[in-house]
Design a binder for this molecule. Structure first.
Ligand code: ADP
Ligand code: MG
Length: 623
């Protein structure tokens, strides 16, 4: 066995550099963080060749005293920690005292700095750990650092560097993270002499998001905040329709530090549960402020991971505030119509437009008036009160010619339509009797306050059934019906196991299964609200689901999947003709359930068109 030796500083720095400095972007991150810790109000970053050739930063922070300048490059040298307690109450971005030493170990660094009480600036150069003497020079208050030829003595490391563009993408990402969490900071990013970003200090976060990600992302963000249980949360969330294929647009900041945290990511995902299609990830910007003693940042050299004292509390607070906001927001998808071919200048502008809106509303009314007669086999609606005694009240949709789907809520009848369905006035927003139209037996077109909505009847009904069963299960109020003749089926030992493992859930669903011989089971009772669904087929699919789910899916996810399946089976289908009463019932139910904008798989149920969009398309914006 060779003898044990203590590594020299050079080796120590080299190893530390390997941990902290992975690529040019890591240098950029460390330097920006140091400027922020120095109280800078303004930073300018200049990059050449993706950072390979040059990374330079200039700040207007507090500067470094001349005699401290060489110390700044020593390993474990920091002005940010004084004693042990500080380590558990960190309010600066840095504290490990490693970055400058590591960077200077693997590149050529020149640092120039001047404090406000010094008449001169001082400068030092370090080449791969070899320091020159500190010299006076001229310069403004603050610090500027130039890092050249990163990894030039380490071919093994420089080999891993990617193209200038790729390295620049990583740098921009770090720039973005700092920009989002430090709106007060004036920030400039220049690559190869060309300005990539110029962000003025004191911008609102929404403006920053627009500058960094464009209007499309910034325009529609839903804002929410809360300050309970010692956790301040401010969130900007995009509507589900803006979701992306990756988690790239999820930014979480803890006390202004960008972090990656699996509890928070999970909460974010849960908040959007049922609102997104599979493989879609929400766009969200989340800003948390909590007491620094309630988490530890000293977990990882790059400090993007933290350890919370009470991760569950963070999880539940984040989930609650986001979910509540999402559920109380109208998330209907806004139709994006093509731009009009010729744009007409609108001298009037705005929405206060001397009756234009009313004229268009009237025109739309006319349109629906002439077209609504096309609802297949539509029965004239009588709102004079007779519906109170109609089949609505029994909890059923009225039986249509082809369909009698069995689901309803009684509270919807509180709404008493004031007008006959075909009577119009320009004040459509106040008019409860809205014109309705079913197209291709699949979509419903309905007038709304802002314009009109197109609704996918199957998707919406799925959501209604989903929410209804979920509510009934939670309230223990899902009634089931005994089958006159039990339906029997064969089961394998694995299937039997799956049934036994999920007996609780089966019971909750209002299904009664009993052994009917050595390898036979019988469905004895089945939920009454699923009277359009074959009990046998349903139970067999349910068992398949249980077997698919043996990989330890949590109860909540399994319930979601089962409800999802139930809703899909029980919902009215596309291609099914509906009576006006059935349509009205669907739309009323939409108003009374949660997450009505999305079906349980996350697809939209409703797409809205605004009058403004119509005006543009009809080129009516000019009058
Ligand atoms: P840390 O940030 O963890 O303290 P660094 O190696 O990044 O360690 O920096 C070492 C020290 O150099 C800092 O503690 C700070 O005192 C000083 N320093 C670095 N950059 C700046 C800057 N831009 N302005 C003022 N002081 C700086
Ligand atoms: Mg630092």
């Amino acid at each position: 066995m060779p003898r044990i030796e203590v590594l020299d500083d050079n080796m120590i720095n080299m190893i530390a550099a390997g941990e902290v400095i992975e690529r040019p972007a890591s240098v950029v991150k460390e330097l920006m963080e140091n400027s922020i810790d120095a109280g800078a109000k303004k930073i300018i970053l200049r990059i050449e060749d993706g950072g390979r050739k040059l990374i330079s930063i200039t700040d207007d922070g507090c500067g470094i005293d001349a005699e401290d300048i060489p110390k700044a490059f020593m390993p474990h040298a920091t002005s940010k920690l004084k004693n042990r307690d500080d380590l558990f109450n960190i309010s600066t971005m840095g504290f490990r005292g490693e970055a400058l030493a590591s960077i200077a170990q693997v590149s050529k660094v020149t640092l120039t700095s001047r404090t406000s009480d010094s008449i001169a600036a001082y400068t030092i150069s370090v080449d791969c750990g070899v320091k020159e003497a500190v010299k006076p020079t001229s310069g403004d208050c603050g610090t500027s650092i130039e890092v050249r030829d990163l990894f030039y003595k380490l071919p093994a490391r420089s080999k891993f560097l990617r193209t200038s563009n790729t390295e620049m993408t990583h740098i921009t990402e770090h720039f973005t993270r700092i920009a989002l969490s430090h709106c007060d900071l004036d920030m400039t990013l220049i690559h190869n002499g060309k300005q990539s970003y110029r962000l003025t200090g004191g911008q609102h976060i929404r403006n920053r998001i627009e500058k960094l990600f464009g209007k499309q992302i910034s325009a529609d963000l839903i804002e929410t905040q809360s300050g309970e249980k010692g956790i301040d949360i401010y969130a900007l969330m995009a509507k589900p329709s803006a979701a992306r294929g990756s988690k790239k647009f999820q930014y979480v900041f803890l006390n202004n530090r960008y972090i990656k945290d699996k509890f928070i990511s999970h909460a974010l995902k849960e908040a959007y549960r049922g609102l997104l299609e599979p493989n879609k990830h929400p766009i969200a910007f989340l800003f948390l402020k909590i007491d620094p003693t309630s988490y530890d940042v000293n977990v990882h050299p790059t400090k993007t991971e933290v350890r919370f004292v009470n991760a569950n509390l963070i999880h539940s607070q984040v989930l609650a505030v986001m979910r509540e906001k999402l559920l109380s927001t109208n998330l209907d998808v806004n139709a994006t119509l093509n731009r009009p071919v010729v744009s007409l200048d609108s001298p009037a502008g705005g929405t206060n437009d001397g009756g234009r809106r009313e004229r268009i509303a009237a025109a739309m009314g006319d349109f629906f008036k002439t077209h609504s007669t096309q609802v297949p086999e539509q029965k004239p609606l009588n709102f004079s009160g007779s519906h109170k005694t109609s089949s609505f009240a029994s909890g059923n949709y009225p039986s249509g010619h082809s369909q009698n789907y069995n689901h309803a809520k009684t509270e919807v009848f509180k709404k008493e339509p004031k007008n006959e369905i075909h009577s119009f006035n320009s004040d459509i927003a106040e008019n409860d009797a809205k014109p309705l139209l079913q197209i291709h037996n699949s979509y419903i077109v309905a007038q709304t306050e802002e314009g009109f909505a197109v609704i996918d009847q199957h998707a919406l009904h799925e959501r209604i059934i989903y929410e209804d069963i979920r509510k009934r299960i939670n309230e223990g109020n899902l009634s089931s019906q005994r089958l006159l003749i039990p339906e029997t089926f064969e089961v394998s030992p694995e299937q039997l196991q799956a049934i036994n493992n999920n007996s609780e859930l089966i019971k909750k669903l209002g299904i009664e299964l009993e052994p009917f011989g050595p390898s036979t089971m019988a469905v004895q009772a089945f939920p009454s609200m699923l009277n359009k669904v074959s009990p046998l087929e349903f139970v067999q699919d349910l068992i398949d689901k249980f077997q698919d789910n043996t990989l330890g899916v949590d109860a909540e996810s399994l319930l979601h999947e089962v409800l999802d399946m139930t809703a899909c089976k029980a919902a009215i289908k596309a291609g099914q003709a509906l009576s006006t009463q059935e349509i009205t019932q669907l739309l009323n139910d939409k108003e009374n359930i949660e997450r009505a904008s999305r079906c349980p798989h996350g697809r939209p149920t409703t797409i809205t068109f605004t009058m403004d969009q119509l005006e543009k398309q009809f080129k009516r914006t000019g009058f």
